[in-house]
Design a protein around this ligand. Sequence first.
Ligand SMILES: C[S@@+](CC[C@H](N)C(=O)[O-])C[C@H]1O[C@@H](n2cnc3c(N)ncnc32)[C@H](O)[C@@H]1O
Length: 210
Amino acid sequence: MRLRRKPHIDEKLQAFADFVTARADVQPIVKDATRELYVELGTGKGDFIAAIAERNPQINFIGLEVEATVVLAAARKVRDKNLTNVRLIVFDAENIAELFAEHAVDRLYINFCDPWPKKRHAKRRLTHVRFLELYKKILKPGGEIYFKTDNRGLFDFSLEQFALAGIDVRDVTNDLHAAEPPDNIRTEYETRFSAAGVPINSCVAEVANG
Ligand SMILES: C[S@@+](CC[C@H](N)C(=O)[O-])C[C@H]1O[C@@H](n2cnc3c(N)ncnc32)[C@H](O)[C@@H]1O
């Protein structure tokens, strides 16, 4: 996917240089051996990353989002909460292996990724085995992928892809909110779909060897 950048947005993002980081500047956080590193793919407007980072100040968080305008909205939330453990980056998850060294990441969150419903676009789904192989490289042994989606078709497809990649899956549910775990943090899309009565699918995948 092409990075969608607009010059006036880049200018606005400059004002958030403490949180919105350039590709190279992310490395000190990635290499910070004193803290766990959690990464969200497709951060959107940042409700989730701002809330989880606030609850877990001892963990470093990086949010990847391909849309610069959306990153701007997320940056405002991070600033308003005075969070120092979050960095956001305008970045396409396609290139994730360029950003993180092998075994650098403890946990990945994939929340309501684009479903790409057409079969010929299946490879663009962030849970396609092609992506899972990249995640296996950057995750530590025992590292986890937390996945949520409203889309049952995408969810079933993803479970197949996890199996194809040899990744074990637990806590599989087709209705997360039926018995919502107290530590569940609702994302923007989750809130929206839930209000419309759409059940939320969720699972946790654990990479054995990384
Ligand atoms: C459906 S929205 C979900 C946003 C948020 N995670 C939520 O749950 O509310 C998907 C987001 O992923 C971003 N996205 C899509 N493909 C991406 C990619 N390849 N790399 C990074 N972000 C991507 C989109 O721009 C969009 O903001």
